[in-house]
Write a protein that binds this ligand. Structure first.
Ligand code: FMN
Length: 190
């Protein structure tokens, strides 16, 4: 059985939900997986066959604890299949300039931590008005309104395509199993 670490950073909680879902899907695909909030623990990579790092974008940047963890573990990360998931709202917008910004945010982060993951993926996040304080709620409503999004602050909005995320996790589980088999391990793709 392969062993995969899902390491995540979150500010408002939605990336935690994404990370838990990834863990469930990987386990259903036959991979052993640990889901770790980097604010609570800083695991080592020994014993893992692959890693998924997930972090959310807040004003163009990711949680500093994720940056720190990836930087520290960059040499070990270079030797294993890895995926970086960028959770953001830009992933929802199809305008070329927004897509370029989504890609540039990921590129800047990866360059700054010296990591070239096997796969990168932008995943649409959520607008959780109920969790924001009044100032953040007011600011977010203005930003979201400008982008033509949902502005009823009496409720929350989740934009993640869960089926697409499941397919991604299954593909990653298979990739890690293949790599392990090629390296002389025992796991085979499901
Ligand atoms: C204060 C704030 C700033 C944000 N800035 C960006 C941004 O620059 N680009 C973007 O695409 N999404 C941005 N978002 C959207 C978040 O990435 C999205 O809400 C995500 O689901 C947050 O994940 P989390 O709950 O794990 O922190 C922002 C959200 C908030 C609340």
């Amino acid at each position: 059985m392969t062993r995969i670490l899902i390491l995540y950073g979150t500010t408002d909680g939605h990336t935690a939900k994404i990370a838990r879902r990834l863990g469930d899907t990987l386990r259903a695909r036959g991979a052993d997986s640990d889901v770790v909030n980097v604010a609570h623990a800083t695991p080592r990579l020994a014993g893992y066959d692959g890693v998924i790092v997930a972090a959310s974008v807040h004003t163009g940047t990711y949680q500093p604890e994720v940056r720190q963890w990836v930087r520290t573990h960059a040499p070990a990360l270079a030797d294993m299949p890895g995926a970086f998931i960028s959770v953001c709202l830009g992933a929802l917008q199809h305008e070329p300039e927004v897509q370029q910004e989504v890609a540039a945010t990921i590129r800047r982060f990866l360059a700054s931590v010296d990591w070239e993951p096997t796969i990168t993926k932008a995943v649409a996040g959520a607008v959780l008005y109920s969790r924001y304080g009044w100032l953040k709620r007011w600011l977010m409503r203005r930003i979201v309104a400008k982008a033509g999004g949902d502005t009823d602050t009496s409720r929350d909005y989740e934009y993640t395509d869960w089926a697409d995320l499941d397919r991604f996790a299954e593909g990653f589980a298979d990739l890690v199993a293949r790599r392990l088999a090629e390296a002389g391990g025992y796991a085979q793709p499901a």
